[in-house]
Write a protein that binds this ligand. Structure first.
Ligand SMILES: [Fe+2]
Length: 257
């Protein structure tokens, strides 16, 4: 069964991202939110929005959880089977990743990154949103919202079409080995318009691994609660040794040239 239409695939190819609405399982999202609150910093309470506003004190523990400022990365939960299913291996999502990267080509995950929260900024002056590319090796990123994210609410923010330049700004196809051109292009995209991918609980955003992106500043009253995973092909290790391919879609059999 095809999950992505031809039009959606072409949109992803051109723009570097694609939003799919209402994909994740509501019961699993409720479980994720509940466990998130059970592990919240002591001063934060689910029934008291005033306690959600950042910044918060820096803290990291042995389970990989990291928080500080306006960020709270609850990573420990990322290895639970049910949350891996919710964002990555649920057939509704898995088939989309395989449709792009090829059936049988995608590494089966043993964890996702976790729940990444962006705390409300309260009434501090608004700062500019600046982009970056990620350094770790993967092909297809996915961000899923386990709660509603309003416009300006810390949604995943993308610079459309930037992947088509930034892909070639590295010495390696997937390692973090930027050329000099990379920073110049990042500076360029920082002056270009971006898209704030706000949405509702259950929505997911696919994105190309070299797309310029950012976690938006959260100007809303809600905590931005997202789950993140990075799909990669099984032949990644060999690919990392190679420079960017002249055909940047070589490893994407589902994307027409
Ligand atoms: Fe990033």
């Amino acid at each position: 069964m095809k999950q992505l239409s031809e039009q959606e695939i072409l949109f992803f190819k051109e723009e570097g991202y694609l939003i799919k609405r209402q994909v994740m399982d509501p019961e699993l999202m409720a479980r994720a939110r509940k466990q998130m609150w059970e592990n919240a910093p002591a001063h934060m309470r689910p029934d008291a929005p005033d306690t959600w506003i950042g910044p918060i004190e820096s803290h990291r523990d042995d389970n990989g959880n990291v928080r500080g400022g306006y960020s709270w990365k609850f990573r420990q939960i990322g290895s639970k089977d049910w949350i891996v299913y919710m964002l990555a291996t649920d057939p509704a999502i898995w088939r989309m990743a395989e449709q792009l990267l090829g059936v049988g080509n995608v590494t089966i995950p043993d964890r996702i990154r976790g729940i990444y929260c962006v705390l409300p900024q309260g009434d501090i002056p608004e700062k500019p949103t600046t982009c970056h590319t990620d350094g770790h090796p993967f092909h297809l990123g996915v961000v899923g919202y386990i709660d509603d994210v309003q416009p300006g609410g810390g949604g995943f923010t993308v610079w459309p079409k930037s992947h088509r330049q930034l892909y070639f700004d590295f010495h390696s196809s997937h390692r973090s080995e930027p050329t000099e051109q990379h920073q110049q292009n990042i500076d360029h995209f920082n002056h270009q318009p971006y898209i704030d991918c706000h949405g509702q609980a259950g929505d997911i955003v696919f994105w190309h691994h070299r797309l310029a992106h950012a976690a938006g500043h959260n100007r809303s009253q809600q905590i931005r609660k997202a789950v993140l995973y990075d799909f990669r092909r099984k032949d990644m290790e060999q690919m990392m040794e190679e420079p960017p391919s002249q055909d940047m879609w070589r490893d994407w059999p589902g994307i027409p040239s």
